[in-house]
Design a protein around this ligand. Structure first.
Ligand SMILES: *Cc1c(COP(=O)(O)O)cnc(C)c1O
Length: 411
């Protein structure tokens, strides 16, 4: 059977529409000055999509540089421990740089090069997207400037060093709370000013159209591979797909190819932080409202005056006050269920998979594991769950030492 016949692209999924909307969500909520840049990007992307030479180059980089396809691994000891469905891990942690972010960063950098841009800019919070972008820019030889809040730079010294080692310039942002949302504002300002030679690599499926679409398209290879790999191993579709949701790129990457398969349940796991009642979390669906942030209509954590609320998660990658607009649509349509796992549950998943499988997951991915611990035991042994292991946890061990003591924990 050819790949296409197995893919949900044969189903009718109309989003985004011609206005860049996903039902009531998405769009381009940006100043007039940004519109030409977005149009130029959309046109270039549509050309690249149909350009066989571009696609061949992308596939070669995916295979020989990122290391795709990433394995689909049967987690036998974890499965036996939970005593329900069979659990597989999609090993994005084995992608170059240790997470799925490189899929999007590399795709966008190749796109920038095809557009004739000489300079890349990016924003970063914890530094993971900055590192992925600096990596891709180094590989193809483009100049790279990364905006990062001063506060985040202090918290993530190692990633600042990595980006500089990779040849990027890290520009401190001193405005506002000196964190991610301020870095995004600075990136947009830079892009408007330098649109002639600069491409802005946005790190997740958020922002104004066409970004959520472009990022999704570069990430959907995760689900396409999963479908093929599970077909080989089990000869059928999964019953449940589980992925953590920050901005929403690794989750939509896993889910997208299965949207047209009604028998496949999909669950996105947000960060419950200290708990939904504490106001210290990043669960946009459970605790947020509809609103616009960074150019898109979606769900946002904000107060009744529209002020963006502070968020908290033990994992930096899930600590963001909004979520990609396509997720808002899939939530409203009831196609994907959104739940949350608290810090404690994520830390338990982090330790459990480290100990049972010899795989230290990213604290972000550990949220999906935390939810698996809740639902898998009640499932049937012939059912199949795929968890997206969005990244490896080496970056998180320092953070984890503040909360857990593996020698003493009895799991
Ligand atoms: C950044 C990150 C996430 C969250 O981002 P999404 O766009 O929601 O995927 C999840 N896992 C890892 C390992 C990350 O680095």
């Amino acid at each position: 059977m050819n790949e296409h016949a197995l893919s949900s692209e044969t189903h009718d999924y109309p989003y985004p529409d011609s206005k860049g909307r996903y039902g009531a969500y998405g769009g381009k909520f940006v100043p007039e000055t940004l519109m030409p840049a977005l149009t130029e990007l959309e046109d270039a992307y549509n050309r690249a999509k149909d350009d066989e030479a571009f696609q061949r180059r992308l596939r070669r980089y995916q295979k020989d540089y990122i290391g795709r396809p990433t394995p689909l691994f049967f987690a036998e000891r974890f499965t036996n421990r939970l005593g329900g469905a069979r659990v597989y891990f999609k090993r994005e942690d084995l992608a170059h740089t240790g997470a799925h972010k490189i899929n999007n960063a590399l795709g966008q950098v190749l796109l920038a090069q095809a557009m004739g841009k000489e300079r890349i800019i990016a924003e970063t919070g914890a530094g993971q997207h900055g590192v992925a972008t600096a990596t891709a820019a180094a590989q193809v030889g483009l100049e790279c400037d990364v905006y990062m809040g001063e506060e985040d730079m202090a918290r993530q010294e190692l990633n600042v060093f990595r980006m500089r080692l990779l040849g990027a310039r890290v520009i401190p942002v001193t405005a506002g709370s000196r964190t991610l949302k301020d870095a995004i504002n600075e990136s947009i300002r830079d892009w408007v000013t330098n649109i002639g030679n600069t491409h802005y690599v946005l790190g997740t499926v958020h922002g104004p159209h066409p970004y959520p679409m472009i990022c999704r398209d570069f990430q959907k290879i995760i689900g396409e591979e999963t479908r093929r790999q599970l077909q080989e191993k089990e000869g059928r579709l999964p019953d449940v797909l589980l992925a953590c949701v920050g901005g929403g790129s690794n989750s939509i990457g896993l889910f997208f190819d299965f949207l047209g398969d009604p028998g496949v349940r999909m669950i996105g796991v947000e960060a419950g932080g200290f708990g939904i009642d504490t106001q210290r979390h990043a669960a946009r669906f459970a605790g947020g409202v509809q609103g616009t942030l960074h150019g898109a209509m979606s769900y946002v954590l904000q107060d009744i005056h529209g002020q963006i609320l502070g968020t908290h998660s033990v994992s930096a990658g899930l600590d963001y006050p909004s979520v990609g607009p396509e997720h808002a649509y899939l939530h409203g349509a009831g196609r994907v269920q959104y739940v949350y796992a608290n810090d404690d549950e994520a830390l338990e998943g982090f330790q459990l998979v480290s100990r049972l499988e010899g795989i230290i997951p990213a604290l972000e991915s550990a949220h999906a594991i935390g939810h698996a611990v809740k639902i898998v035991p009640a499932m049937k042994p012939d059912e199949i769950v795929v968890i997206n292991m969005s990244g490896r946890g080496d970056k998180d061990v320092q953070q984890a030492t503040r909360f857990i003591n593996p020698a003493k924990e009895d799991l």
